[in-house]
Structures are given as C-alpha cells and as structure tokens.
Design a protein around this ligand. Sequence first.
Ligand SMILES: Nc1ncnc2c1ncn2[C@@H]1O[C@H](COP(=O)(O)OP(=O)(O)OP(=O)(O)O)[C@@H](O)[C@H]1O
Ligand SMILES: [Mg+2]
Length: 256
Amino acid sequence: MALEFRRVCKTFGFGDAAVTAVDTIDFSVNAGEFVAVVGPSGCGKSTLLSMTAGLYAPTSGAVMVSGQAVTGPNAHVGFMLQKDLLLPWRAIRANVEFGREARGIPKAARRDRAMAELDRCQLCGFEGKYPYQLSGGMRQRAALARTLAIDPEIILLGEPFSALDAQTKLLLQDSFATTIAEAKKTTLLITHDLTEAVLMADRVLVLSERPGRIVAEIKVDLPHRDRPLKRRVLPEVGPIAAEIFGHLKLTEKAAA
Ligand SMILES: Nc1ncnc2c1ncn2[C@@H]1O[C@H](COP(=O)(O)OP(=O)(O)OP(=O)(O)O)[C@@H](O)[C@H]1O
Ligand SMILES: [Mg+2]
C-alpha cells in the first residue's frame, strides 16, 4: 500500500481550547492511484495533508508511506499548495533543482533532471526566466516540476488550482493529470471543486463537518483519468458530482 491512514485522529490544543480536526480516519491509497478528498471548510483536509507531509504528528493513529510511519518531513512525499512557493530570486530551473541541490546531488545530474521535468511540464524555453516572468498557471506547472524532480512516492496537492481563472484551471487540471499519470505517482488532492474531484480522481473521499470523518467513498469508474478535458464531456460526470454534493448536504443536516 502506497499510503495508509490508520485510525488517524488529530486534536490541536488542550483542555477547553482543544479542537479535534479529524477523527478516526482510516483509508488506504494504492500505488499509482489518484484520490481526491472533499469536505466542508474546517473539516481537517489541510491537517490530513500536513500530517502526510510530516509537518504534524497525529494525536493517535499513524500515517504510513510505503509501510513506514511518517515521523517528520521526508523526501518520499512532495507537497504542493495553492501558492507556488517558488523562490523569487532563483530562475525556474534553479527552483526546480532546489530539492536535489539541498541533497548534494551533483550539478550536471540535477540540471538534467530539472530540464526533463520542465519538459514534462511544458516549460521548455522558460528555464532561465524568473517566477515573476511567468503566468500563474506556468508557475504552478513549475512548482509541479519541482515536486516531481525530488521523485517523491506520494504527491500531495492542496487546492493547487483554486487561485486560477476558470480557463487556466481547466488547462492546468489537464496538464497535471497527464503529467502525474505519466510519472505514475500516487496522488492525494484536496479540493472544494466537486467536478474537479470527479474529473481527476479514481476515488473521492467525502469528509463530514469537523471533526472530519469519512462519510462516503465514491469510486469514479470513468475513462480518461489522464485527460480531464476528455472526461469532462462524459454524461456521468454531473450525476457523480451531484452524488458527492448529496453526501456533503447530509453532513450539513447532521450538524444542524
Ligand atoms: N496549527 C493549528 N493549530 C490549531 N488549530 C489548527 C491548526 N491547524 C488547523 N487547526 C484547526 O483544525 C481544524 C481543521 O483545519 P483545516 O485547515 O485542516 O481544515 P480544512 O478542511 O483544510 O479547511 P478549509 O477547507 O477551510 O481549507 C480547524 O478548526 C482549524 O482551526
Ligand atoms: Mg484547507
């Protein structure tokens, strides 16, 4: 199993100030699988990602990557967020090289790898530009290239398209899906966009209001996981997104 959450609970703070973000999250992601996680604001989605990246430890339970418990930030997990977090003073190639540089990989090898990832992310010719010289969508592709360059086993995507305009978002979903499928990476995507979840994932987990618990697990049995633009026109997409929405509504009622 590539990624496992074993009865993961996370409580922040103590006593009266304690907030339980997620409660008894138990699920597994297969190698190469793409799982989307949706749920109401504040239900603990980002907390789940942060625990997978090793930024927080679970209060109880364990997050396992390839059978090993995550105990801190590590090179097995690549993390991407809404903000690209590219270093503004470094050209794009130098940004993509950064993770390998930090690990002392020789210059020629890390340069070759960076160029290969930039090619895969359709950024050939932009390697010498600085982040401010790229569009928002290109910066996100550069951030994906940087994530892939460290060759993680798991890619975590924390709402990576939510700050983009509608058209850029469609194109970028398509380009990310193709790149991730080619690279055969196990992926966990957090999103508020239910259609995006259906377009990109093999499986969608629906979390309840805080404390987040899994209320539904929906298998997206549709072709073209590597091409959301093609999946988008399939008649099943709308009904599956509506089914997910139904689960979210149910949890709202439960909280009322
Ligand atoms: N570092 C922290 N310290 C204290 N409380 C935290 C911390 N991180 C998250 N929380 C709390 O945990 C709960 C879940 O937060 P989280 O950011 O995981 O939700 P989310 O599902 O990602 O929400 P959104 O959809 O709005 O991004 C919230 O109540 C939040 O206040
Ligand atoms: Mg969040």
